[in-house]
Design a protein around this ligand. Structure first.
Ligand code: PEP
Length: 228
């Protein structure tokens, strides 16, 4: 199965965790499924068979950073992945490329695999925007072992998805810059996931809203398992 990342953002509760764990109890998704709940819900997934990721991490392993969470602690709570540079954090929390590279480096030090989100804004040329965002990471360690999520900002939560040729073209463009795994993200649901996963250079999907509805998310995983 290609990779599926669920980004719950600031949503979900213990009940949602229980529902998902129950629904997937007999489903062998292993390393291909990565659930990224809010920090306080990470403990619910500690012994699950699928992978766990955090949505963000602090810029140091420990210290005087009130309100931040150490990547080392995330690792000890069972996380193998951490999302870095989601467009909401770039826009709402002013996270710039320097901060994101620091987060990347410290995540690697804590033995987490970064999932770096990139994507052009409404008016931007995708080549210029992606080159700028990715250039900052070209000197970091292990970029080829991390994951890049290509998320055009206009597609996040809007139902607007670029056509398959365009996704293929842009993902191939990113693959010309790095050999990391590339996911597509933005308005993926059970009605379009098969088409997106069948796009050859796409290695998986990052899912926001649709991952919060257990039945819908379960359908997505089943489709992903059977389609390629
Ligand atoms: C996201 O926020 O990364 C995302 C892909 O959201 P959605 O699936 O809701 O568009």
């Amino acid at each position: 199965m290609k990779t599926i990342v669920a980004n719950w953002k600031m949503n979900g509760d213990e009940q949602l965790c229980d529902n998902l764990i129950f629904k997937l109890k007999d489903f062998d998704v292993g390393q291909s499924l990565i659930i990224c709940p809010p920090f306080p819900l990470l403990f619910k997934f500690k012994n699950c068979r699928f992978c766990l990721g955090a949505q963000n991490c602090g810029i140091a392993l420990h210290g005087a950073f009130t309100g931040e969470v150490s990547p080392q602690l995330l690792r000890s709570l069972g996380c193998s992945y951490v999302i870095i540079g989601h467009s909401e954090r770039r826009r709402l929390c002013d996270e710039n490329d320097d901060i994101l590279v620091k987060k990347y480096e410290i995540a690697i030090e804590a033995n987490l695999i970064p999932i770096i989100c990139v994507g052009e804004n409404f008016q931007e040329d995708y080549r210029l925007a992606l080159e700028k965002q990715l250039n900052s990471f070209l000197k970091v360690r292990n970029l080829e072992k991390s994951i890049i999520a290509y998320e055009p900002v206009r597609s996040i939560g809007t139902g607007i998805i670029p056509d398959s040729d365009k996704i293929a073209k842009i993902v191939s463009f990113i693959k010309g810059i790095t050999s990391a795994k590339i996911l597509y993200g933005g308005s993926v649901d059970s009605s379009n996931v098969a088409d997106i996963l069948r796009i050859d250079p796409v290695d998986g999907v990052l899912i926001g809203g649709a991952s919060l509805r257990t039945e819908e998310f379960y359908s997505i995983i089943q489709i992903a398992k059977n389609c390629c």
